[in-house]
Design a protein around this ligand. Structure first.
Ligand SMILES: *Cc1c(COP(=O)(O)O)cnc(C)c1O
Length: 463
């Protein structure tokens, strides 16, 4: 066991130490895929070393390298090594974190990290929740809890439910609504203002119109750090409106929530503490490995009212006061001890260093914005917010439209095929935009200069 463990630690360390030497992305060729899928299940066991070699050469090369400093697409996952070790510990000990009775230590650690998160966001005492597989699972859990609060055990009311969010909301919000039984026609994707934020007046009008039509408003989902532009909905205004309308306010802070550790980020999140529930994603800005999301709920009993269920074979495991069966707060019974990686990653570096890294991550996108503003060939599409910048190549004299969109598509392909940087795209007000997202602590300002230099060079070659 020790030998194999060291082998794996060496392999991962070597990978992480040489990220810049390898291409940012490798596609799996179709003939290779066909060969891989044709392998029969092994009748006899094989040597571990051989199996590792197979993984190392036949499987692992084909991926987009998330922790790579050049990964600027989507939302990079860039875990610290102590946090990675936390996942290995959780798997090695194989703690069962669904029930208090069988692993009180790791469950207490989960309560502790949830309490840290609560304090970082400034949520009221008594707020609690659970760690989940990711932001999508956290939001789904919140929607189910809100649904239970509104319709209880009366399914006849479900068809009338309406969920309000903005057109910039993450797709997981819409999916959560569908899973909870909210009709696709009754998920309101409200238009945003010129800074990509939900407009409380339009929200108010939509709720009034739905009530007048006999529908049943379920909840409002605001976003703190949209995936497209990093924008933050006007949380204090949403909270006031939801209080007046007696509606559940959920804030999807999967992307932006841990910016609370950086002074500038904390300012942008003002009002998040007023939410009824919040989604966080430690596997984004908090630098823990996939998978790790989190749901915090102001009145944690709401979760237990929605999810708690005790079959005969679990009767002995009912928790006593102060104990928590995390299985009572969500859909998972068997769940692993995600708290270990969070606790290790946070404790090894401390919140000062993590906050400084997040401050610098936010500043990297602002630095990119400065360069874009100074470049006559480039144009800002949405200013840098919480580590996200949207921009495009825009040669002098070109009009907006399909031809310009197409140029930027080719620019993106050229940069991504270069092998050093991976950028992504989005659409803003109908126009194609390039997008970079800069949470990774390995990315430097020199990388920002280099990738924007590649965009300019690619645009020149394509025109
Ligand atoms: C990433 C993200 C999600 C989804 O989280 P997963 O961890 O991928 O399930 C939801 N909302 C926002 C704003 C995100 O950025």
């Amino acid at each position: 066991m020790q030998r194999l463990g060291r082998r794996i630690a060496d392999l991962v360390a070597a990978h992480l130490a040489t990220l810049r030497d390898r291409p940012i992305r490798r596609i799996l060729p179709p003939e290779h895929l066909a060969a891989l899928l044709a392998s029969p299940s092994p009748r006899q066991g094989r040597d571990f070393e051989q199996l590792l070699t197979y993984l190392e050469h036949q499987v692992f090369p084909y991926h987009a390298s998330e922790p790579n400093p050049g990964y600027l697409a989507f939302v990079q996952g860039c875990p610290t090594f102590p946090a990675v070790m936390g996942d290995w510990l959780a798997a090695g000990f194989n703690f069962f974190s669904g029930a208090w009775a069988v692993s009180p230590g790791p469950n207490a650690l989960e309560l502790l990290v949830l309490e840290w998160f609560r304090q970082w966001l400034g949520c009221p005492e008594g707020t609690g929740g659970l760690l989940t597989s990711g932001g999508s699972a956290a939001t789904l859990t919140a929607v189910i809890a809100a649904r239970h609060a509104v319709v209880g055990d009366d399914p006849s009311r479900i068809p009338r439910l309406v969920l309000y969010t903005s057109e910039q909301a993450h797709s997981s919000v819409i999916r959560a609504a569908w899973i909870a039984g909210v009709s696709r026609k009754q998920v309101r994707l409200l238009p945003v203002d010129d800074q990509w934020r939900m407009d409380p007046e339009r929200l108010f009008a939509a709720i009034a119109a739905d009530r007048a039509a006999g529908l049943l408003p379920l909840m409002v989902v605001g976003t703190a750090g949209t995936t497209n532009t990093g924008s933050v909905d006007p949380l204090p205004a949403l909270a006031r409106l939801c209080a007046a309308e007696q509606l559940w306010l959920h804030v999807d802070a999967a992307y932006g929530g841990f910016a609370a550790l950086a002074p500038k980020g904390k300012q942008s999140l003002a009002g998040i503490e007023l939410a009824d529930s919040v989604t966080l994603d430690p596997h984004k800005f908090l630098a823990v490995p996939f998978e790790c999301g989190c749901l915090l709920v102001r009145e944690v009993r709401r979760l237990e009212e929605a999810f708690r269920i005790y079959p005969d074979y679990l009767k002995d495991h009912e928790p006593k006061s102060g104990e928590v069966n995390f299985a009572d707060r969500g859909e998972q019974l068997t769940r692993y001890a995600r708290a270990i990686k969070v606790w290790l990653g946070v404790s090894f570096y401390g919140t000062e260093a993590l906050g400084a890294a997040i401050t610098e991550a936010i500043a990297r996108a602002e630095y990119a914005e400065q360069i874009v503003r100074k470049s006559p060939e480039l144009e800002v599409m949405a200013p840098a917010r919480l580590g996200i910048l949207c921009f495009r190549a825009h040669p002098r004299g070109w009009e907006s439209g399909e031809r310009l969109d197409d140029l930027n598509r080719r620019v993106m392909a050229r940069v991504n095929d270069g092998g050093q940087y991976l950028i992504s795209s989005t659409r803003l007000k109908g126009e194609f935009s390039l997008r970079i997202c800069t949470p990774g602590f390995r990315t430097t300002r020199a990388d920002i200069e280099a990738v924007l230099g590649q965009v300019v060079a690619a645009a020149q070659r394509e025109t």
